[in-house]
Write a protein that binds this ligand. Structure first.
Ligand SMILES: Nc1ncnc2c1ncn2[C@@H]1O[C@H](COP(=O)(O)OP(=O)(O)OP(=O)(O)O)[C@@H](O)[C@H]1O
Ligand SMILES: [Mg+2]
Length: 347
């Protein structure tokens, strides 16, 4: 298997660096279509981060979050007690701060964890994080908090939705205390649209679109793996700049054109299944979905005024991506666009 190197995303990295250079004052939302390279970009950035920054990266994707306790636990990294190895227990915040690494969540020990869970209030967890970040600041470093796959907490409740408590905390960290940079990531455009329209977040956030590679970047990426001109043209035609699909093409042996045609056939079949399963029982919805899809026959981008039920449906099925900042709909990928057009051919 070929080893795929991180491919240059200089423009986005520059934008994020300039945020990091300023004093923390806004929450930064990183959004984009699925598999556009958001997590890869941030992981790369964390690796390259100068010593002066202390990142805390938490990815909620693999966490099981059905309750408040589980969410709080997912933020923290319990101090490990390695069997047989004599180590002094980390008792103070300063000792915990000294153990921070670039890959773990927020360090905590048993005593602090008991405090955090004392009366089931997010307040305690947030107070602990603030204390820890202040300790980081005292050592001359800038804390950076990054939460990936944030949509996973959408349904968790603590006297109302946890999400509101959490955003108040983020506002406190940024605009009020200027204590930490906060980056929040999601590929769920419905979730982010919901947040975007929250009055409480108005003027307190900035939004950064991490999109797929453009054509020039795609060509440069494929040239590194010795694609012929024909193969490059085929890759761009079917996969656009979707990094995950390009990586798949790089890693395969044999007939790449056959492969992308196969991918298109499969996606067409899936979309057909999704859409036509509405026809018998939900006629109105089916008609509305078909109307929306038909707009993509001649266009790649379609403006929208609000997230209607049919848009919600198509976004939820990962067929369409809603860019709420630009108020535009587009297919989740080039392959999805081609598949939509194939489906609409048979109508
Ligand atoms: N800059 C890059 N250079 C090389 N490969 C990349 C790059 N960005 C993404 N990839 C490839 O694409 C795959 C998907 O990227 P990634 O998981 O970062 O996307 P994402 O936007 O975070 O996805 P999701 O929407 O599921 O959160 C990665 O596993 C990696 O193989
Ligand atoms: Mg991701």
């Amino acid at each position: 298997m070929k080893r795929i190197q991180f491919h240059n995303r200089e423009k986005k990295i520059k934008e994020i660096r300039s945020i990091l250079h300023a004093e923390p004052s806004l929450i930064t939302f990183i959004y984009g279509p699925i598999n556009s390279g958001k997590t890869t970009l941030i992981s790369h950035l964390i690796e390259e981060l100068p010593e002066a920054y202390t990142p805390f990266y938490i990815n909620l994707r693999t966490k099981f979050l059905s309750s408040y306790d589980e969410f709080i636990k997912s933020l923290f990294e319990m101090e490990m007690e390695t069997e047989g190895v004599k180590r002094k227990r980390k008792e103070t915040l300063a000792e915990l701060v000294s153990s921070v690494t670039k890959v773990a969540g927020i360090p905590i020990n048993k005593e602090f964890l008991d405090y955090v869970f004392k009366d089931n209030k997010p307040k305690n967890a947030f107070a602990y994080i603030i204390k820890l970040f202040e300790e980081v600041k005292a050592t001359g470093k800038q804390p950076v908090l990054i939460l990936d796959e944030l949509q996973k907490i959408g349904d968790v409740k603590v006297n109302g939705f946890l999400i509101y408590e959490l955003f108040n905390f983020f506002i406190d960290l940024t605009k009020e205390k200027h204590l930490a940079h906060v980056f929040v990531m999601t590929s769920d455009s419905l979730f982010i649209e919901q947040i975007y329209s929250e009055a409480m977040l108005e003027d307190r956030c900035t939004y950064l679109l991490v999109d797929e590679f453009d054509e020039e970047t795609t060509t440069a990426f494929l040239e590194e793996y010795e694609f012929s001109d024909d193969e490059m043209a085929v890759a761009w035609k079917y996969c656009g700049g979707k990094p995950i699909s390009l990586v798949e093409l790089v890693n395969m042996e044999g007939d790449r054109k056959g492969k992308v045609e196969e991918m298109l056939k499969i996606r067409k079949g899936q979309i057909e299944e999704i859409v036509y399963s509405l026809e018998a029982r939900y006629t109105e919805m089916f008609d509305a979905v078909m109307r929306t899809l038909s707009e993509f026959i001649g266009k790649e981008k379609v403006g929208y005024k609000y997230i209607s039920d049919e848009i919600k449906f198509l976004v939820g099925k990962n067929i369409i991506f809603a860019d709420f900042v630009n108020k535009e709909l587009r297919a989740q990928s080039r392959l999805n666009l081609l598949a939509i057009r194939e489906v609409m051919k048979n109508v």
